[in-house]
Design a protein around this ligand. Structure first.
Ligand code: OKP
Ligand code: ZN
Length: 342
């Protein structure tokens, strides 16, 4: 199995985030990818393949161009305004306010493009997010060239990032970029299967009106968990995309018993859609000890998760999303990969 990673992805070092009203150290640390990389090497998967630089064109084909420009310039603009530390939004666009005004002030643009106060932009954020996206795109290219399984060690994650929106530790939508690359490579129908604990609102938004890319997700009920305003079961896509979005929210405390039934439903829907390639948006924050999540999957359950995805019989591109129990993320990811290899 080829796996992709660039040490450039370490340059985002977030500092602090607001979590349920208090400032806490960022859960999304560079240590996460170090531990997964070490586990892969110790597991015999060899050294990573470095992503190639595909430039900004693929990013701008999916994300809003002005948003990409904002991400690249946000930290220099923050510094030019006399600030240091983490750039975070603090004023958002409410109903009746001017959604059409991007704003010239860095504070206005942070509020325009950001949807939470937990996703800091620091000096190395653009560089890390850029290379995280290139990692996903290079892994997609490997699948396009005939690999049946590839692993993109993306970090920062991507599934909360929308066409012109950052949040939930995400800036560029790595999984969506990979799915789009697979479409360009000739796969007529692609399924993004999102098994992160949190709903991937960004991926859902990007494919909401499209029939060619199915988006299906199993996640914590937004009644109790982030992102709170997205991921309800009645969100099924619109227009040509009607029926090509599937949300399977589950309660906190969910164990494998319940989870596997939802996973069957998710996989059956991907088959019904006619997908010839799968992007697995993989979060292992469904593990029972995750510090910010509330499901109760065991390490051994991740093997069965991988096995079920493999039974789809499609090439699978794994794109890393969440998982914050740093000591355990490596083991849990390796179990998924072992299950995928059967
Ligand atoms: C990202 B991924 C903000 C409080 C909410 C956001 C969780 C983002 C999870 N500090 N936390 O889906 O694993
Ligand atoms: Zn998550």
């Amino acid at each position: 199995m080829k796996w992709f990673f660039s040490s450039q992805q370490r340059t985002h070092q977030g500092g602090v985030e607001m979590n349920r009203g208090t400032m806490v150290p960022c859960h999304e640390s560079a240590e996460r990818c170090d531990i997964i990389a070490a586990a892969l090497q110790a597991g015999g998967y060899g050294p990573p393949t470095a992503p190639t630089d595909g430039g900004e064109a693929p990013l701008r084909a999916l994300h809003d161009g002005a948003y990409v420009d904002f991400l690249r310039q946000a930290y220099p603009d923050w510094q030019a305004s006399g600030r240091s530390g983490s750039a975070l939004p603090f004023t958002f666009v409410g109903p009746g306010m001017r959604r059409d005004r991007v704003g010239a002030s860095i504070f206005a643009r942070l509020g325009h493009y950001g949807f939470d106060v937990g996703t800091p932009i620091v000096e190395g954020t653009w560089n890390a997010a850029y290379w995280s996206a290139q990692t996903a795109l290079s892994a997609a290219a490997a699948i396009a060239q005939g690999e049946t399984l590839a692993f993109a060690l993306c970090r920062p994650p991507g599934h909360h990032a929308g066409r012109a929106q950052f949040g939930g530790y995400c800036y560029l939508n790595n999984a969506a970029l990979a799915a789009q690359a697979l479409r360009h490579a000739g796969h007529q129908r692609v399924a993004v299967l999102d098994v992160d604990y949190h709903h991937g609102n960004g991926t859902q938004e990007l494919f909401w009106n499209r029939q060619d890319v199915f988006y299906g997700s199993i996640h914590a009920d937004p009644e109790t968990d982030f992102p709170f305003f997205s991921g309800f079961a009645d969100e099924t896509g619109e227009g040509a995309g009607h029926g090509a979005t599937l949300n399977l929210p589950l309660p906190q405390g969910t164990t494998w018993d319940t989870y596997q039934t939802a996973l069957d439903t998710l996989c059956q829907a991907a088959t019904n859609h006619g997908a010839s390639a799968v992007v697995l948006s993989l979060g292992v924050d469904t593990w029972q000890g995750d510090p910010i999540s509330g499901f109760s999957l065991q390490t051994s359950d991740f093997y069965h998760l991988g096995q079920r995805i493999a039974r789809l019989g499609c090439p699978v591109l794994v794109v890393m999303e969440g998982g914050y129990a740093v000591a355990e993320v490596g083991h849990n990811v390796l179990k998924v990969i072992a299950g995928l290899r059967g």
